[in-house]
Ligand binder design. Structure first.
Ligand code: ZN
Length: 293
């Protein structure tokens, strides 16, 4: 009898060890981007996701230019897909597989410049909520911003989608602190120098704005509070979107890092188990972790 109990105990310990070690799977997509730092920012984001202890991260890279006929990751192998891609259209079958993956309950994370991609891909734009450049205009959907009274405005006036003034550090203001991604964050925190995207437009359906940044006219901005952290419910899937992350310095910001880590976990599971780190920026103090790049 004791031998049998020992075997069972061993099996139990083994199973528990496996369960404790089982990590979620994340895939970062890259390969083309008008931001030349993309090979570095991919590695930075890979590191940020891995250091949570929650994710095992793969990277899928397209051909250097043009539509890559062989680009066909098995999206459904992953809990979350992160795009660092701003380039030529994917093959039709890959596009369909990607949308099926999100609609079927997959997580998707989109950052700076990846929201410039695929201006004419209807479902991609539904998934990301808002985008810029890539031929976007009033046909793409409304501009979305928060006015001085804190009200979310859907502005259907004609014009280009996507713009930014000169780079500068800016304050990110949390608009919804009940959401798992922003819960526990200071109500306002100073983000390291970045391009503050404005005039983004898109379908913006089932979209929740969690934080904004004021596009000061002193830096060529709109004088509006622009969406900086937001989510989209797309089919059964969850999309986390931040237009932040232009440069290496922008992605060294602890605010960016934390937002990415929490956004990815939320996109994968609908929950966030990570704590806000002690070195998180404050209203008047930038906080960075040097990446060595
Ligand atoms: Zn940029």
């Amino acid at each position: 009898m004791s031998r049998r109990v020992n075997l069972l105990a061993l099996l139990l310990v083994f199973t528990m060890t496996i369960a404790a070690q089982a990590k979620m799977k994340a895939l970062i997509i890259e390969g083309q981007n008008n931001h030349g730092v993309w090979p570095k920012t991919t590695q930075m984001m890979k590191g940020y996701l891995e250091e949570t202890g929650l994710f095992q991260v793969d990277v899928a890279t397209t051909a250097k230019s043009g539509s890559d006929p062989d680009f066909a990751p098995t999206f459904t192998d992953y809990d979350v897909v992160v795009s660092n891609y701003n380039g030529a259209p994917w093959p039709e079958a890959t596009q369909k597989a990607f949308i099926d993956y999100i609609q079927g309950g997959g997580g998707f994370v989109v950052v700076h410049a990846a929201n410039n991609a695929f201006g004419n891909w209807k479902e991609y734009n539904e998934a990301i909520g808002l985008g810029g450049w890539g031929g976007r205009n009033e046909k793409s959907g409304p501009y979305i911003y928060v006015n001085a009274d804190g009200k979310l405005i859907r502005d259907t006036s004609p014009g280009r989608g996507g713009n930014h003034g000169s780079q500068h550090p800016f304050v990110v203001t949390v608009r919804n602190s009940d959401h798992p991604i922003t819960k526990g964050m200071p109500g306002a925190w100073l983000h390291e120098k970045d391009e503050l995207y404005d005039l983004l437009r898109g379908p913006a359906e089932n979209m929740t704005v969690l934080a904004t940044a004021y596009g000061s006219k002193d830096f060529g901005g709109t004088g509006r509070h622009e969406p900086m952290i937001f989510t989209v419910d797309y089919g059964k899937g969850r999309v986390f979107h931040t237009p932040m992350g232009h440069g290496i310095y922008s992605q060294e910001c602890v605010g960016f890092i934390t937002t990415l880590q929490r956004g990815a976990e939320w996109a994968a599971t609908g929950k966030v188990t990570q704590k806000i780190p002690k070195d998180f920026p404050t209203m008047d103090k930038i906080s960075k972790r040097p990446s060595g790049n």
